[in-house]
Design a protein around this ligand. Structure first.
Ligand code: SF4
Ligand code: SF4
Length: 69
């Protein structure tokens, strides 16, 4: 469980490819109206950057210090 670390989707950059939704094994992300949305931030794993790594559009950052690489 993570109250302080979870993804933030940049709606301007997100293309709706849904790679992140398919990748995350914890059900944190889901599709809504053609883009990815964060539906269960409390299930995100501290310091996991899995979905950021699979996003080809640099649309994912993290709450509390998750700078883009
Ligand atoms: S991988 Fe990136 S561009 Fe694709 S749906 Fe997720 S946030 Fe959007
Ligand atoms: S950081 Fe990891 S656990 Fe959190 S939403 Fe992305 S892939 Fe899932």
């Amino acid at each position: 469980m993570s109250a302080n670390w979870y993804p933030i989707i940049d709606e301007e950059k997100c293309t709706g490819c849904l790679s992140c939704v398919e990748f995350c094994p914890h059900g944190v992300l889901a599709e809504k109206d053609g883009t990815a949305v964060v539906v269960a931030p409390e299930k995100c794993v501290d310091f996991c950057r899995g979905c950021q790594k699979v996003c080809e559009f640099n649309a994912i950052t993290y709450a509390n210090g998750g700078e883009q690489k």
